[in-house]
Design a protein around this ligand. Structure first.
Ligand code: MN
Length: 263
């Protein structure tokens, strides 16, 4: 690890070592759970209940939108919390925020039994460091989105937003959803991809030859540069036209892509 790089030009990151007894870790992201997607919710719940993995790492955009932890008392949100808490009583469930659910806070994390993962995190598992990130911070070509991201991740914006009544925050979220088509302004340009040079710079500095990210909804695995491989997670949608849902599993054997349990 390059200490100078760690301290100057990189976002603060977190290192997590998989216990030696672990046999498998599941990565998922971009579920975009909401009450209007019951089949997606059910597949996710089944997977969390029945996966044989020792840990499930949720790498962002678990929720279609999260307007603050006081929303956790809603009927659908309560059902999600119950699934998470039940799963977390059997295995580690870790959560990294995405661009839709960056307002998840300590109350939800605590009630759902989630371990919070900063973005990025380096997971040390079976002798292999793997860089974990939601991915939106690396979509550098989308400058308007990066400016938006910097604003909404800032304390001033968040204090102002969270001070509004819950009903107003929910109405604002619904309005944003109506105002755009398939993706939201808060997603940025859907054609943007992770900047390969910047991603390799992160991986090099953090000593990771492999990276897992979501956000782009373009699942696949491939080299970003010689010696640097990335695995892009699938989004989940079992309520729309083209059903898709996938788990990326890491074990001693390496990475594999699996359907959710029961599908
Ligand atoms: Mn995203």
């Amino acid at each position: 690890m390059d200490e100078a790089a760690r301290n100057s030009t990189f976002p603060p990151f977190y290192e997590l070592a998989a216990p030696p007894a672990w046999r498998a870790v599941d990565f998922i992201s971009d579920l975009h759970l909401c009450a209007a997607m019951p089949a997606t919710f059910e597949a996710w719940a089944q997977h969390l209940r029945h996966t044989t993995a020792d840990a499930v790492f949720i790498l962002g955009d678990l929720f279609e939108v999260w307007v603050g932890d006081d929303a956790r008392h809603g009927a659908f949100e309560r059902a999600c919390v119950d699934v998470l808490a039940e799963a977390a009583s059997h295995r580690l469930v870790a959560f990294m925020a995405g661009n839709r659910d960056f307002l998840v806070g300590p109350a939800l994390l605590q009630e759902a039994g989630l371990m919070a993962l900063p973005d990025p995190t380096v997971l040390q598992a079976w002798g292999q460091p793997v860089l974990l990130t939601h991915g939106d911070a690396l979509c550098l070509s989308d400058q308007p989105y990066q400016a938006f991201r910097e604003q909404v991740r800032g304390a001033a914006w968040q204090l102002d937003f969270l001070a509004r009544p819950l009903a107003e925050r929910l109405a604002l979220a619904a309005e944003m959803r109506r105002a755009s088509a398939a993706r939201w302004q808060m997603d940025g340009d859907a054609s943007a991809d992770v900047d390969a040079a910047e991603a390799v710079r992160w991986m090099h500095a953090l000593g990771a030859a492999e990276m897992v990210h979501g956000h782009t909804h373009r699942p696949g695995s491939g080299a970003l540069a010689p010696g640097y491989k990335r695995h892009v997670l699938s989004d989940w949608d079992l309520d729309g036209g083209t059903p898709r849902a996938e788990v990326l599993r890491l074990s001693r054997r390496g990475f594999e892509r699996l359907p959710p349990v029961g599908r």
